[in-house]
Design a protein around this ligand. Structure first.
Ligand code: NAI
Length: 388
């Protein structure tokens, strides 16, 4: 495991719990100590939940299979699988992969946990790109079951299958996905936050009304409460990454509201204020009103069901677009959205339950306001036509 930050520590814990020996390396002194503390806490919590007699002892036992190594070469010595979770920077990752390629055994798989970079471009830095794959875990890695297994242009089927088999063996659900911007979840779920931000900016409704509408529709959390929880800066970085990697389509443009909040240091729960204000970890009400200063509205005030419907329609349309581009299969996208984003239903499941023809009619009605988001995707139109 190269990189001992949030994700490196989480993934190392998952591998230890899966019974693997783990060698951990980080470029920054002290990072591995912090990671070991985190892993110890994580293992102890899980042992408590599993009802073990002595959780602290079982965490200590599990940690015996973890070694800290002083260099990349030492970390990867003899390893079957190397996973990288270092800083999200293409050149730095490419340099690391060249080192991994030199030092790893020839049949080792080299995996990147990148969320927004191209696996194929990372793999260009190595002599044997067929063994490079993406293993995209979600945060917190020990808790969230989904791992997107990304096949780059040069990835060999044996590497993809073996990597998927390994994470399945760790109790995760591996879902195969092509090397396309945002993979499945970061792309298909982007409207979950962007669409509410647009509604808010248009002054059409309030933070609380939107969060309530989304929760009433069966989602575990509203978009603003969620952004405050994961960090508005983290969400903005993901939005920017997808926007740039997809060629800057208007529908993925990051919201000025997020840019303003991040610039003001209002990052959500961790800074005490984001969309809501927090006192002793509890939300005390919305922090401010956000209204588009240009006065561009979205027409009538939407009620709760039309707020939720709008967000779900944008997600469904993105899911159809992704399928049309060959990013993943429909059942895999449905499962990924439920496991990786905690949605109560998959987008295709929802579309078919609602009626695909009805979905195209609803999208058409919204596409005057925002064509890039709502103009029905081709595979959806085709399916609607076939069903008539
Ligand atoms: P982090 O900042 O918590 O940890 C990164 C660690 O890598 C740091 O300890 C740093 O010292 C170390 N590092 C940086 N350059 C290095 C190098 N050349 N060699 C060895 N160690 C090096 O970052 P985090 O959040 O763990 O993210 C890591 C990767 O995982 C990124 O590619 C990120 O996009 C991806 N990711 C992050 C998720 C998240 O929610 N935080 C979710 C899924 C993927």
């Amino acid at each position: 495991m190269i990189g001992a930050g949030t994700m490196g520590a989480g993934i190392a814990q998952v591998a230890l719990e899966g019974g693997w020996r783990v060698a951990l390396h980080d470029a920054v002194p002290g990072a591995t100590d912090r990671a070991i503390d985190l892993i110890r806490q994580g293992l102890t919590r899980r042992a408590e939940k599993a009802g073990r007699a002595d959780p602290a002892r079982s965490a200590t036992d599990a940690l015996l299979a973890l070694d800290v190594r002083p260099s990349v070469a030492r970390a990867v010595e003899g390893a079957h699988l190397a996973i990288e979770a270092i800083v999200e920077d293409l050149e730095i990752k490419r340099r690391l992969f060249a080192d991994l390629d030199d030092a790893a055994r020839p049949d080792a798989i080299l995996a990147t946990n990148t969320s927004a970079l191209s696996v194929s471009r990372i793999a260009e830095a190595v002599r044997r790109p067929e063994r490079v794959v993406g293993l995209h875990f979600f945060n917190p890695a020990p808790v969230l079951p989904l791992v997107e297994v990304v096949a780059g242009r040069a990835s060999a089927p044996w590497a993809v299958e073996r990597a998927a088999g390994i994470v399945d063996g760790w109790g995760k659900t591996a879902i195969r996905v092509a090397d396309a911007p945002g993979f499945i979840v970061n792309r298909v779920n982007r409207p979950f936050t962007l669409e509410p931000l647009r509604l808010l900016r248009a002054g059409a409704t309030t933070i609380e009304a939107i969060d309530e509408a989304i929760v009433s529709a069966g989602f575990p959390m509203g978009p603003f409460a969620l952004m405050d929880l994961i960090g508005i800066d983290v969400n903005l970085a993901a939005a920017r990454g997808l926007f740039e990697a997809s060629g800057r389509p208007p529908r993925f443009r990051p919201s000025p509201i997020q840019e303003e909040l991040v610039a003001a240091g209002k990052l959500g729960r961790k800074s005490g204020e984001g969309f809501y204000r927090y006192v002793d970890g509890k939300a005390t009400g919305p922090a401010q009103r956000f209204i588009d200063r240009d006065g561009r509205g979205i027409g009538a005030q939407p009620g709760p069901s039309s707020i939720a419907e709008r967000v779900v329609l944008a997600i469904v349309n993105e899911a159809y677009r992704a399928v049309g581009e060959g990013v993943a299969s429909e059942p895999d996208i449905d499962r990924a959205m439920q496991l990786g984003a905690n949605h109560p239903f998959g987008p295709f499941e929802w579309a078919r339950r609602t009626g695909v023809h009805e979905v195209t009619v609803m999208l058409d009605a919204l596409s005057d306001e925002d064509a890039d988001t709502f103009r029905p995707a081709l595979p959806l139109l085709r399916e609607a036509k076939a069903g008539l």
